[in-house]
Design a protein around this ligand. Structure first.
Ligand SMILES: *[C@@H]1O[C@H](CO)[C@@H](O)[C@H](O)[C@H]1NC(C)=O
Length: 186
């Protein structure tokens, strides 16, 4: 009895401890990722593989004076306009904290680099873990799908359940880790 209740307590601490932890992430997982990429969307592909949450930090390493990081609006991100950054960093060791959910847009401050693909979108998950409510998921069966939706093979619908599933899956992993550690301890 005593063992089982302390196990559950430990489990709770483990689950909440992991859930509350924020992380420091090095851009691209390496120190020289902030440069013109060989594949134009490789930075964003990397970014999509990381689950950024509020409180997480992203760290850019680059040579100070040779490059810089500009946080810009979506419009300036798309057009690679470096003339009105929201924030500007050029110290070579830039650490940004994400204090709200949603998209963040970054481009290189060096002329011509953004056009060659040195740009990055980070989407920070909402506190509940989802990127946003999924409009498609809530539509009742009474609403007839548009011809485009009927005709399409349907891959556009696929991402909707994934975010919820990922969250559940993530929780499951922590619970599993907790169970394994608890079993090992007792
Ligand atoms: C960049 O944005 C500024 C202000 O919005 C604008 O005046 C300028 O023409 C833009 N430059 C380019 C190259 O689009």
């Amino acid at each position: 009895m005593a063992v089982s209740s302390s196990s559950s307590l430990l489990l709770l601490f483990l689950v909440f401890g992991f859930a509350a932890a924020t992380k420091d992430v090095l851009l691209g997982g390496k120190t020289d990722a902030w440069k013109i990429p060989s594949e134009s969307d490789s930075l964003n592909k990397w970014a999509q593989s990381v689950r950024f949450q509020i409180g997480d930090h992203l760290i850019w390493k680059y040579e100070a004076g040779k490059d810089s990081v500009l946080q810009v609006t979506k419009e300036d991100y798309v057009s690679c306009n470096i003339s009105n950054p929201i924030k500007q960093y050029n110290d070579g060791n830039t650490k940004v904290r994400f204090d709200h959910s949603g998209p963040y847009y970054y481009i290189s401050g060096e002329k011509g680099h953004c056009e060659k693909g040195q740009k990055l979108t980070i989407v920070v998950m909402s506190p509940r873990g989802g990127k946003s409510p999924t409009p498609g998921a809530a539509i009742s069966p009474a609403v007839a799908p548009s011809p485009a939706e009927v005709a399409g093979p349907g891959p556009a619908v696929a991402p909707a359940p994934t975010s919820a599933a990922t969250v559940l899956h993530g929780g499951g992993v922590f619970v599993a880790i907790g169970v394994i550690v608890a079993m090992w301890l007792f």
